[in-house]
Each structure stands twice: as C-alpha cells, then as structure tokens.
Design a protein around this ligand. Structure first.
Ligand SMILES: Cc1ncc(COP(=O)(O)O)c(C=O)c1O
Length: 324
C-alpha cells in the first residue's frame, strides 16, 4: 500500500488557504532523499547530483535541493533562468541539451555552466557564440540495445541523443585543440529503471571509454555523468531501488576500472529527476460529482491542465482517496 505523506486532516486545513486543486510537496522527504543520495556516493570526493530541472521546474524545489548540495541539470533557456534565479551558476549547472538554439548556448556560457555537447556539429556552432571553455563534456551513445541479463532495458541505437565512439574521439580531439583542458563523459541509456545494476553497468561502459579516451588522446577526464534513469515504484506492489546498493555498485566498478588506470580523481555526477522528486509530490483534487451510467465516474475539480502527463502517454499515477 502507498502511504501518502499528508493526511486528510492536514489537507482539510491547507484547503482553507489554498483551495483545490493544488500540488503539494514533501520538503522533509525531498531533503532526506537528497541526503541519502549524497551518502550513497560519499566515497567519491567530487560527487554531485545535478537535479534534472525538467522533472519539476519549480524554483522553490530547486532552492531546497541547492541547500542539500545539489546542482542543476538544465536543458533549455527557461531552465537556465530558473537555476540562475535561485543562485545556481557556474559549474553547479550541467547544460545537457540537444537541438540547442544559439540563445540557449549563449546563456549557458554566460552563466559559466558545464556544456554537455550532444553532437559533434554543436562544437563549431557553439564557437560562433562563445569561446570553448576549459571544462567541457560530450554525450555518448554506444548504439545497439542496452540489456541486463535477458531483459532489454532500452534501445540507445534508436535514440537521437549523443555521439558514436568515433565521434567522441574526434570531438575530444577538436576540443583539446581549441583549448579545453578537463573533459567529462555523459550518457543516458535507460529510463525509469527498477534494477540496482543499471548505474553500475552504465559506469562500466563509461569508465572503460574514459580510460580509452585518456590513453589515446592524452587528456584529463575530470568527471563522468551517469545522468538520470533511476526509477521509482509507481505501483503499490513494486519495490523501489536501493540507492546505497547502487552507490556501492558504482564504487566497485570505479575500483576495478578507473583506480588501476590512475584515474582516482574522476568525479561522479548524476542527473536524476524522477528519483529525486516523484515520490515527494502530489496533486490534490476534490471529488465533486458521481456519475452512474455504463461505468462509474468520479468527477474531480482537477483536469489535464493540472496534470498533463497521464493523458499524454499513459503513464501510471497512483491515486489515493484520503481518509478511505
Ligand atoms: C539529459 C537528461 N538528464 C536527466 C534526465 C532525468 O531523468 P530521470 O528523471 O529518469 O532521472 C533526463 C530526462 O529526460 C534527461 O533527458
């Protein structure tokens, strides 16, 4: 059973000031979860979670996460503005965008964000807007299908994001020539995963690539960004991921692959959205009608304008009738 973080009595009290429908967030839950994430990766000196702003583009939420030591993963101009509004700037911003407009790159450069190039052609495009920064990142797409044992987790070969291995090499070579000194690697291979092995498996792919790039191009790999993809239990009968086991799994791969290559200074970044916030927010609505025809209907005072997502692609959102 899913236990809501707020009671019927509390909602009745809140409703006197804020009539339904409204969204409500569990600040305590958000903070405790962010602390658990930081604990799980505390073995890594440079670890930082860059909250995926797209997951809840609300300045108040970003402020809470900032206070817990998180940065911001921005993918658009507006998300950059939201980060700036709460004082998240410089390397506390990862700009992970694609099909990027010139104005977005210009604002990211002005804020001193870490630019994550989605494509090799974005490098000359960016150069017309701002000089290549000393610290840069490129997004990797290994192609094919990504599977854990027999289960296909996702299909990177079908996704528009990131560069091939050859393009990564070419991009890093190009960036080095243009003055970049510290390099990051980013990849997002599966979404909404329920297994604790997703990040460790992704780490193995990215750490091995990092060693290859470092040796071949003689460059400093400063960080590896595992991006998002850690899922949450949507259905009451599902089990959630264990963030401590995930952090430990990544540490083991780090010690197997990066440490022997003398790359102990590589920082691990994450860019989780769903895992950081989905369990800690709810839409509160009131049932205002009952309709009995061929089926039973409960009419709410909320509609798709208040929560668009289920209508768009059938995502599951658990409904709790408070007090029942
Ligand atoms: C570049 C990037 N980073 C991070 C995320 C967050 O992913 P999640 O909510 O699965 O953690 C997304 C989601 O679309 C993304 O596109």
């Amino acid at each position: 059973m899913k236990k809501p973080f707020v009671s019927l009595e509390q909602i009745q009290e809140i409703k006197k000031t804020y009539p339904t429908p409204f969204h409500i967030y569990d600040e305590k839950g958000i903070r405790e979860n962010a602390r658990a994430v930081n604990r799980a990766f505390s073995w890594n000196k440079g670890f930082r979670e860059y909250f995926a702003v797209k997951a809840t583009p609300t300045p108040g939420i970003l402020q809470i996460l900032k206070e817990e030591g998180c940065g911001a993963d921005c993918s658009s101009y507006t998300e950059l503005q939201i980060a700036e509004a709460v004082g998240i700037t410089g390397h506390q911003i990862m700009f992970s965008s694609n099909v990027t407009p010139a104005e977005d790159f210009a604002l990211a450069a002005k804020l001193g964000a870490i630019i994550n190039f989605d494509d090799i052609t974005h490098i000359p495009f960016f150069e017309k807007i701002a000089p290549i920064p000393e610290t840069v990142c490129c997004r990797y797409n290994p192609g094919g299908v990504f599977q854990v044992s027999n289960e296909i987790m996702d299909n990177p070969g079908d996704a528009k994001y990131g560069m091939t291995k050859e393009q990564m090499k070419e991009a890093f070579r190009m960036l080095k020539e243009k003055g970049a000194k510290h390099f990051g690697i980013h990849s997002f291979l599966a979404s909404s995963t329920s297994s604790n092995v997703y990040y460790p498996m992704l780490s193995k792919i990215l750490f091995e690539l990092a060693v290859e790039l470092k040796n071949e191009l003689d460059i400093h790999i400063a960080f590896i960004n595992l991006s998002g993809g850690v899922g949450i239990p949507y259905h009451p009968d599902e089990e959630g991921c264990d963030i401590m086991a995930i952090g430990e799994g990544v540490r083991k791969v780090y010690e197997e692959v990066l440490s022997p290559a003398g790359m102990d200074d590589v920082a691990i970044f994450t860019e989780m959205g769903r895992y950081m916030l989905a369990p800690y927010g709810a839409l509160v609505a009131e049932a205002i009608h009952e309709k009995h025809i061929y089926k039973e209907y409960i009419g709410l005072d909320a509609c798709a304008a208040n929560l668009m997502r289920p209508a768009m692609y059938g995502a599951y959102h658990h409904i709790t009738v408070l007090g029942k």
